[in-house]
Design a protein around this ligand. Structure first.
Ligand SMILES: C[C@H](O)[C@@H](O)CC(=O)C(=O)O
Ligand SMILES: [Mg+2]
Length: 444
């Protein structure tokens, strides 16, 4: 039945996470987790919510980018969009004049993600299913029709993707039940942001262990001696048998990454994440060749711009862990393309969750990946960060160190009205107070 989109509204939401150094790393020392938050409403009154993630200032630019695209969305019939979502997605990334700003990268692509994710929220609500279940239940042909295969068909054709999904129908129900029973393994980054003291790292690590976490990630890259000391503290507190990953957030040159990581080998690290520029495929490959024999894999993807860049990393062997992000690329449709590419190249998908709402989003993608695409939990885990979940109507749920599948219809990203009123920049109650106390300045 026809149901046209009658409005698209967007809010600039920011959270003062930098005050406690939550989310800090070697490149981003004072991040304020932020999101353009958008609402789509249809003529029948159905609402879809979406967001994309930024670190504070600059959020206003992404909000404007979303408004620039809204003429392509408002007035469209949702049933037509969902019947041929791949073509609609391409229309958003191919707007005659705006495409020049990308193509398919940066601010405009983040804007596409916000819109597209709100549409998926709408679709899942229309079907009265959580998003992961909608994805799992789509027929392979329907799912593949949501993906734009332009520039990846040399590695993965539509026909191959359909066959992959068709083959994985075997055992799907069992895997779905397994997710409901025990969930999808998570790791936590929240114990060891770069700006945290050693006492805080120790305390948070003990708390996380008590909640059932056995996998941890630590920020590195500012000072080698500090990294060694912090890794020692974390290793001793978390225990020798558990998994430890580190994340440099693009800080190093290629030879520097190799030399620095060799110094950290005694801490038995599973991966080094973003050792250098996220665009440097050959650099990552060189680092992988040096570190893989030492048991360290390369993880990257949270700032990988699109499916075409992922194709380079996956095909070349430059990436051993594929870190999809639901807002960096053009939303769910493009994430689906990367999940299928990763399966083709046998690289495990370990999504990126360090940001507001990202944990709520990515859990759906990993549930889908396990149940319908990979069928394996080997070397797979979803990042968890313990911040800002209280703002969501349906926050993600962790049990014994695992994400439990969301049950509420939609994409889990709808926020509470009180949070919108408190954190809208710069008029929200919290911001008014921080600005009048002189803690924040109005720079934009
Ligand atoms: C600025 C963000 O907190 C970033 O450090 C997150 C990240 O790299 C991760 O979660 O991984
Ligand atoms: Mg990271």
């Amino acid at each position: 039945m026809a149901d046209k989109i009658k409005s698209l509204t967007v809010l600039d939401l920011r959270f003062p996470t930098s005050l406690n150094k939550d989310g800090s790393d070697a490149m981003n020392k004072n991040p304020d987790y932020s999101c353009p938050y958008l609402t789509l409403e249809t003529e029948s009154g159905l609402k879809g919510y979406g967001m994309t993630f930024t670190l504070g200032r600059g959020n206003n630019i992404v909000c404007e980018a979303i408004k620039l695209l809204s003429h392509l969305v408002v007035g469209q019939d949702t049933s037509k969009i969902f019947a041929d979502f791949g073509s609609f997605w391409r229309s958003l990334t191919s707007e005659d004049q705006i495409r020049w700003l990308g193509p398919e990268k940066g601010v405009m692509h983040m804007a596409v993600a916000g819109i597209v994710n709100a549409l998926w929220d709408l679709w899942a609500k229309k079907e009265k299913k959580p998003l992961w279940k909608l994805l799992v239940d789509l027929e392979p042909e329907q799912l593949v029709a949501t993906i734009d295969f332009r520039h990846i068909e040399d590695c993965l054709t539509k026909e191959e993707a359909i066959e992959m999904l068709q083959n994985m129908k075997v055992g799907k129900e069992k895997r779905e039940q397994e997710m409901r029973d025990t969930g999808f393994p998570a790791y936590t980054t929240s114990c060891a942001w770069l700006g945290y003291s050693e006492e805080k790292i120790m305390r948070l690590c003990k708390e996380a262990k008590a909640q059932g976490f056995t996998r941890f990630k630590m920020k590195v890259g500012a000072d080698l001696e500090d990294d060694k000391r912090r890794a020692g503290v974390l290793r001793d507190t978390m225990g020798q048998d558990h998994l430890l990953m580190v994340d440099a957030n693009q800080k190093w040159e290629v030879p520097q990454a190799i030399a620095w990581m060799k110094e950290l080998v005694p801490f038995r690290l599973t991966w080094i994440e973003e050792p250098t520029s996220p665009d440097d495929v050959l650099g990552h490959l060189e680092i992988a060749k040096a570190l893989n024999p030492l048991g360290i894999g390369i993880a990257t993807g949270e700032q990988c711009q699109n499916r075409i860049m992922f194709k380079q990393f996956l095909k070349s062997g430059a990436m051993q862990y594929c870190q999809i992000d639901c807002c960096r690329m053009g939303g769910v449709n493009e994430v689906l393309a990367v999940i299928l590419l990763a399966r083709k190249f046998k690289v495990p998908v370990c999504p990126h969750g360090g940001g507001v709402g990202l944990c709520e989003y990515i859990q759906h993608m990993s549930m889908f990946d396990y149940i319908a695409v990979s069928g394996s939990l080997e070397n797979r885990m979803i990042e968890y960060t313990d911040h800002l979940h209280e703002h969501f109507h349906h926050p993600c749920e962790i049990k014994n160190g695992c994400y439990m599948p969301p049950e509420a219809p939609g994409f889990s990203i709808e926020m509470k009205d009180t949070s919108l009123a408190d954190y809208e920049w710069p008029h929200g109650k919290v911001w008014q107070r921080l600005i009048s106390d002189g803690i924040y300045k109005l720079l934009d």
